[in-house]
Design a protein around this ligand. Structure first.
Ligand code: SF4
Length: 206
């Protein structure tokens, strides 16, 4: 069995695909390595590549807000990507690159052993749920894969570009909250909504 540190160390030496040649930093993942909830995005962008941390910048801030709305902090969950190295010019990772990198993600998931996986965006959903997955039609639906509950929602970057999708995304997060509550997590909104009366749907960020 891998240890997390050993796995990360091995991954940092990876050159299985062309993305390894142009990365500034490996973006392995961050968060609680024992969490029941793992978010899987697409791949690192420029800021992530520079810092070696997934979901920094505006998309990461929006993800943090959405986590808060269901009573979670970033450190409560684990966050990673389908590919661990930045695709140049933020292009989609190719099928070959996704396939090459999948062994790292599968080994990460084997160590974390989450009960719930959330695919953030089309690339993640087509990689982990079905190659024919349609994010606009099939987000918010649960799938059972390898004994885990898997759901997809929009990538936070898509929600920054198109605010009209935010209510649908929040409905997906309510689904996630329900699943976590079924596991015994309280999932109450954090002090961000200090009055306890503010409706998350009215949040100016969402
Ligand atoms: S993207 Fe994945 S498979 Fe490709 S070099 Fe980076 S770690 Fe290796």
């Amino acid at each position: 069995m891998d240890s997390f540190e050993q796995l990360k160390q091995d991954c940092s030496l990876c050159s299985r695909c062309v993305l390894g040649a142009t990365r500034k930093n490996l973006v392995f993942g961050i968060g609680n390595e024992h969490s029941d909830l793992v978010f899987v995005g697409e791949g690192p962008g420029e800021k992530e590549d520079l810092q070696g941390i997934p979901f920094v910048g505006p998309a990461g801030q929006l993800l943090d807000v959405m986590l808060k709305l269901i009573g979670l902090r970033r450190e409560d969950v684990y966050i990673c990507n389908i590919v661990k190295c930045r695709p140049p010019m933020n292009r989609d990772p190719s099928p070959e690159e996704r396939e090459a990198c999948s062994q790292w993600l599968q080994r990460q998931l084997a160590l974390i052993d989450p009960k719930i996986i959330v695919c953030l965006g089309r690339i993640s959903a087509t990689s982990l749920i079905s190659p024919s997955f349609k994010i606009t039609k099939e987000h918010g639906q649960w799938y059972e894969i390898d004994g885990r509950k898997v759901i997809a929602t929009y990538h936070p970057s898509a929600l920054l570009r198109d605010v009209s999708k935010r209510p649908e995304a929040f409905a997906d997060f309510r689904e996630i909250r329900s699943a976590l509550r079924a596991l015994g997590y309280p999932c109450d909104p954090l002090s961000f909504y200090s009055s306890g009366t503010m409706e998350a749907e009215n949040d100016p960020v969402l």
